[in-house]
Design a binder for this molecule. Structure first.
Ligand code: ATP
Ligand code: MG
Length: 353
């Protein structure tokens, strides 16, 4: 079977370090293994509009920003097809057919949808389109016959729902679609990176992000203002490292060589954690180290981004070409779907018989 990798991001803002550790880093690594026959990366503008219908300008402006973030992280347009969701109407059509295979109560049980409805205060006014986005996501994944989706933990319920749709479709209409699997980050801290405010998830919609394009002084200000352990009031107090965003970020980003370079008093993260737990280690020391780590991780990404910012017409061509390639693939799948569903009326003259 062909190995196909597909992922997507909503153009509701620039991409942040949560996207990077939760998914983007893995996408680049998988891309560079050369093990995939096809790789698709989707800018999910139609999905972004499901909860931003009144803000089309925001979505439009972030198309190029997200594309720049991809290229900055090492997504290579020669190996990966980058495309824009709404430019492929076949995806909307497929969503419409899948809607018949899912019950309202099944979507209501989806824990990510539940959490996002709460986060957006949508309780009494959920847009139907937003409610259906897990179904549209299943269409995106299956239109490209994706077998693997590298994503953060919040995507697990989406993939589960997608597999259910695939099974139901194949059961009713015959074997047509492929079941995808999720590839979660191996590092626990990267499954769901918290925000700098200590909230459970760094998210564009919550405004608690360090962006991949942030300038060095912005990164520093954000790191130095980060939420830590509220019980660690004085330097000598014993502190908690578990659930402490500063240490979660260190779990996600620090490498042994950063200790030698920026904090040689400690040989590794474990030693630093033990000192903090015991008491006697101040937040400022830890944050200063984290700042060095983040600066080192983000500098090459920011530089590559600046290089691509000088080549916007080329980025535009990459999106245009990628969308053309992607549309051809989706439209092939749609032909097979229509045939399986017996709605390809004009493919022959059988209607006359
Ligand atoms: P929005 O607030 O508009 O939903 P978002 O910040 O949640 O934006 P998405 O575009 O929904 O970002 O997510 C894109 C990808 O990045 C998904 O694979 C998701 O799992 C991953 N991701 C997003 N935020 C995090 C995070 N804080 N930690 C780990 N992975 C994340
Ligand atoms: Mg999201």
């Amino acid at each position: 079977m062909k190995q196909v990798n597909l992922t997507g991001d909503r153009p509701t803002g620039r991409l942040h370090v949560g996207h990077y550790v939760g998914s983007l880093k893995e996408r680049v690594a998988l891309q560079n293994t050369g093990k995939y026959d096809e790789i698709y990366i989707m800018i999910a503008d139609a999905q972004a509009l499901t909860d931003n219908a009144e803000h089309p300008e925001k979505v439009r402006q972030n198309i190029m920003q997200v594309a720049l973030d991809y290229l900055a992280c090492g997504i290579d347009p020669d190996q990966s097809t980058i495309f824009i969701q709404s430019m492929i109407p076949e995806l909307t059509e497929l969503t419409f057919y899948y809607m018949n295979l899912v019950t309202v109560s099944r979507v209501q049980r989806n824990p990510t949808v539940k959490a996002e409805i709460k986060q957006r205060n949508f309780e009494a006014s959920i847009p139907v389109g937003f409610f259906c986005y897990p179904i549209s996501q299943a269409a995106d994944i299956t239109a490209f016959r994706a077998t693997a989706v590298p994503a953060g933990e919040d995507q697990e319920p989406m993939l589960e729902q997608c597999r259910e749709i695939v099974r139901k479709f194949n059961e009713i209409y015959g074997e047509t679609l492929a079941e995808p699997k999720i590839i979660l980050p191996a590092n626990q801290a990267c499954l769901r990176l918290p925000g700098i405010d200590g909230k459970a998830k760094m998210s564009k919609s919550l405004g608690n992000c360090i962006y991949l394009s942030d300038e060095p002084d912005t990164i520093k200000t954000k790191v130095m203002s980060m939420f830590t352990d509220p019980t660690h009031l004085r330097k000598d107090d014993p502190g908690h490292t578990e659930g402490n965003p500063v240490f979660i970020y260190l779990d996600a980003f620090s490498k042994p060589e950063y200790f030698a370079e920026f904090l040689p008093e400690y040989s590794c993260l474990e030693e630093l954690k033990e000192h903090y737990q015991r008491g006697g280690l101040g937040d400022v020391t830890v944050k200063k180290f984290l700042n060095h780590v983040m600066q080192s991780e983000l500098a090459p990404i920011r530089e590559r981004r600046k290089m691509w910012e000088q080549r916007l017409p080329e980025v535009f061509e990459i999106l245009k070409e990628g969308t053309k390639t992607a549309r051809a693939v989706a439209s092939e799948t749609l032909c097979e779907v229509r045939h399986a569903m017996k709605i390809d009326y004009f493919a022959d003259d059988n209607l006359l018989k």
